[in-house]
Structure formats: structure tokens, C-alpha cells
Design a binder for this molecule. Structure first.
Ligand code: OAD
Length: 246
């Protein structure tokens, strides 16, 4: 059991909740072997900072480098399996009549675990899109890195949101609505540093929700959270589900 265990008052709150929202970050996939966004990179990529690669400027400067970095990450994601944290969120969704899962992750592991209607704020690494026309394209078999758009010849890029880009408007609107109307809001495995995702917890707090953080480390959200459960998501969420539903 993680240190402290699940407070009985939290189990009671969740049992009585009408509407529950959750925001996940890359920490929930750490136990699936996908490194978190800010964690030191290994092997070939250890001398690069992800923040210098995940930008439109980096892609313009060196499209091949950025494409190959995402190919490496795609490989990690393809070999990874959803973990007990992803699966426990599926169970919460099944048990609760009003549950909204919002993720900053681009790895698709929530969907592979069985979550339905996940709001993806930062896109999905498994898709590619035309860098000029902004539409989804399935890259054909090619040695090119990056491959070209079959329609206009522009380089393809991953369908993810880079630093400095705006989030998909519909996804952000739905996430903001869920955060502003829930009774309980979970912030799971995120450093709460990247906006506008991080402000969803503040929206929920302002609207009176009980805020629950699940993260082994402290974040800027911790002080404002009603509960800060310090442990890995793959242990804490299943325990939480067990404490509420037995
Ligand atoms: P970060 O790498 O900033 O933070 C990961 C968080 O997960 C940290 O606070 C860790 O303490 C925590 N963590 C690590 N292992 C964990 C575990 N087993 N269980 C629970 N928590 C754990 O990643 P994000 O907050 O997701 O966007 O970063 C937000 C966004 O920044 C990313 O989505 C990325 C970047 O912009 C894109 O790539 C589009």
C-alpha cells in the first residue's frame, strides 16, 4: 500500500459525487515504460531536451530530427501496454454515471485500456497530419523522414500540439466545461506546469470541486489540493477504486 492510504473521507466524497472529472499527464504512463515528458531521455536522444524538439520552430529548422524523435517515441508507445492506473480509470468510468477523462497524453493508452470518450488536449502521436493543410494523412510506405503529403507534397508531422500552438478548440471547451461542473476533480501524473491544461484544476477549484492530486512528487497544484495522494498512479487509483466499490 502507498504511504498514507486512501482517506476514508475521500472514499465517502467519491461515493456521493454526482460528476467527476480527471486530467492525466505523462506520469500515468510511466509505469507502462513510457518516459514522462520532462524525464531525462536515454540512448540516442539523451543530449536533446524535449522542450527544444516539440516546437514548430524545431520542425522548420530540422524536420528530419523532429520526425525521427517522434518515430522513436511512437516505437516506445507501440511496445507499451496500459497499466493498472489506466485500467482503474476505465472502472471509474463504468461505475460513475458522469465521468469525464481529459488527457494531455498523446500515447493513446487510455483508449487502449478501454476508456471511451477521452478528451485528448494535445493530440495523438499515432496520427500524422500535413504540416501545411492541417489534415490527417496516413503516411504510405516510404524511406522519407518525414514523409510527404500525398496531396500537396508538404512534409507530414505528428498530430500533436507543440509548444506555442493552440489546443484543439472543441477539446478545450469540453474539458473546461467538465472541470467547471464536476464535484470531484482528479489531477493525475502531471507536473501542472503546462497551460492551459494546468488551469483546468484551478477552474474546478474555483467552481467548488474537491481537488485530488495523485503524484509521487509535489507540484504547484499540491498546496491547493484537498487531497494529495503521494504514490504511483498504478497503485493509488486501483486502491481508490477498491476503497469505494470494494
Ligand atoms: P511532466 O513530465 O511535466 O510531469 C510528469 C509528472 O508525472 C511529474 O509531476 C511526476 O512527478 C509524475 N509522475 C511520475 N511517475 C508517476 C507515476 N508513476 N504516477 C503518477 N505520477 C507520476 O509531464 P506532463 O505534466 O504530462 O505536451 O506534461 C504536460 C505536457 O507538457 C505534455 O503533455 C507535453 C508537454 O507539453 C505535448 O507533448 C504536446
Amino acid at each position: 500500500m502507498f504511504e498514507g492510504g486512501i482517506p476514508p473521507s475521500l472514499a465517502r466524497t467519491l461515493r456521493n459525487a454526482r460528476s467527476v472529472g480527471a486530467l492525466t499527464g505523462s506520469g500515468i504512463s510511466a509505469e507502462s515504460g513510457v518516459p514522462t515528458f520532462r524525464e531525462a531521455q536515454t540512448g540516442l536522444w539523451e543530449s536533446y531536451d524535449p522542450i527544444d524538439l516539440a516546437t514548430p520552430e524545431a520542425f522548420e529548422r530540422d524536420p528530419r530530427l523532429v520526425w525521427e524523435w517522434y518515430e522513436w517515441r511512437r516505437g516506445l508507445v507501440a511496445r507499451a501496454e496500459p497499466n493498472s492506473g489506466h485500467r482503474a480509470l476505465v472502472e471509474l468510468e463504468v461505475r460513475l454515471s458522469d465521468f469525464t477523462l481529459v488527457t494531455q497524453n498523446v500515447d493513446g493508452l487510455h483508449e487502449r485500456a478501454g476508456s471511451v470518450g477521452v478528451i485528448e488536449l494535445h493530440g495523438n502521436i499515432t496520427r500524422s497530419k500535413c504540416s501545411e493543410e492541417d489534415r490527417i494523412v496516413a503516411p504510405g510506405a516510404t524511406e522519407l523522414a518525414p514523409p510527404s503529403c500525398p496531396n500537396c507534397g508538404a512534409p507530414l508531422r505528428p498530430d500533436v500540439v507543440w509548444f506555442g500552438e493552440t489546443l484543439p478548440a472543441e477539446a478545450l471547451k469540453a474539458a473546461t466545461l467538465a472541470a467547471s461542473s464536476c464535484d470531484v476533480f482528479f489531477s493525475i501524473g502531471t507536473s501542472s506546469l503546462v497551460q492551459p491544461a494546468a488551469s483546468l484544476a484551478s477552474d474546478a477549484l474555483r467552481c467548488g470541486a474537491v481537488i485530488v492530486e495523485i503524484n509521487p512528487s509535489e507540484t504547484p497544484l499540491s498546496r491547493g489540493a484537498d487531497y494529495a495522494l503521494r504514490g504511483p498512479a498504478g497503485e493509488v487509483i486501483p486502491e481508490l477504486v477498491k476503497s469505494v466499490y470494494g
